[in-house]
Structure formats: structure tokens, C-alpha cells
Design a protein around this ligand. Structure first.
Ligand code: GNR
Ligand code: NI
Length: 169
């Protein structure tokens, strides 16, 4: 296993639309294992392949307290959405930046597992936020896209400032 480098905004590669996975092979299993290592190593609750510069529809998540409920979804599609919730989101591609985003409260998602078996998961609350956030990455979208231009420019200026102040940054 190995930890992968995470692309950071405004890297244009974060705007790439991921293509569906076609082969459920050893290479895919290695990617998923490396994505989990990268996500846990960065204290993240989710990670999309886009963020590690692999433009395939693969996401991993673990919203559990014990960090022991790994979920990997390949080629995810939303079948149903219901309700709405506001949640303060962060993103490993925008270190240190947080903002409230409104998303569906519940989502029903059809996907494949790492073996290629079709699965349907119904999630709500924080895990539903996370899956929607990761599916956005796979479509080349990021959470600041939902903010007003004023709020977005404020946060992006803060991101720049933090980078300049970071040691070695
Ligand atoms: O680690 C993460 N935390 C988080 C918090 C609130 C809403 C979404 C997330 S996902 C994020 C990891 C990440 O950037 N995934 O793409
Ligand atoms: Ni993210």
C-alpha cells in the first residue's frame, strides 16, 4: 500500500470528469487500498479518485467514530434524493477551509463494490453529505462551487493567506 499525493485547489485536474471503471481487477483493488491509506492518513472522512489524479469513478468514505467502517463505491449513481440538510464541509483539496453547504438529507445510491458486484446503499445525514461531496469530485465539482461569489472569494483568499504563512509554503 502507499499514500498518494492529494491535488489541491486550484489545480485544473480537479475539474476532470471521471470515466466509469470497466475492469474490476487487481489494479482497482490496489487503487482502493491506496485511497483508504491516503484518506485515513490525512484524517479525512472521504476521498475521490479525482483528488489523487486518477480519473475513474471510485470513491472511499468512512464516517464512523472508530474509523472502522470503510465504504468503497465504484461507478456510483444517485437513484433517489430526499430532503435537505446544511452541513459544514471541509475538503482535503482545500486545507483549512470550511463552509456550510446545503445538500439532500438522504440519498439512495447504486454502485459496484471492488469485486464488481452491484450494491444499493441508502444513507442519510453526514454520510449522505460525504457521498454527495465525493460524487461531485468525480464530476469535476468542488464544494466552493455552491457558495455565493462573495463567500467563495473570501474563503479562497483565506486559503492563499494560509499557504503563504505555512512553513515552507
Ligand atoms: O475529510 C473530509 N471531511 C468532510 C467534512 C464535511 C463534509 C465533507 C467532507 S469530505 C472531506 C474529505 C474530502 O475532501 N473528500 O473529497
Ligand atoms: Ni473533497
Amino acid at each position: 500500500m502507499s499514500k498518494l499525493a492529494i491535488l489541491e485547489f486550484p489545480d485544473p485536474r480537479l475539474r476532470t470528469r471521471a470515466a466509469p471503471v470497466e475492469h474490476f481487477d487487481a489494479e482497482l483493488k490496489q487503487l482502493v487500498a491506496d485511497m483508504f491509506e491516503t484518506m485515513y492518513g490525512a484524517d479525512g472522512v472521504g476521498l475521490a479518485a479525482t483528488q489523487v489524479n486518477v480519473h475513474r469513478q471510485v470513491l472511499v468514505a468512512d464516517m464512523s467514530e472508530g474509523r472502522n467502517e470503510p465504504l468503497a463505491l465504484i461507478n456510483p449513481e444517485i437513484l433517489e434524493k430526499d430532503g435537505s440538510q446544511v452541513y459544514q464541509e471541509g475538503c482535503l483539496s482545500f486545507p483549512g477551509i470550511y463552509a456550510d453547504v446545503t445538500r439532500a438529507l438522504k440519498v439512495k445510491v447504486k454502485a459496484r463494490d471492488v469485486e464488481g458486484r452491484e450494491i444499493v446503499v441508502e444513507v442519510e445525514g453526514p454520510l449522505a453529505v460525504c457521498i454527495q461531496h465525493e460524487m461531485d469530485h468525480l464530476a469535476g465539482k468542488v464544494f466552493v462551487d455552491y457558495l455565493s461569489p462573495l463567500k467563495r472569494s473570501m474563503l479562497l483568499k483565506r486559503l492563499e493567506k494560509q499557504r503563504k504563512q505555512a512553513v515552507g509554503g
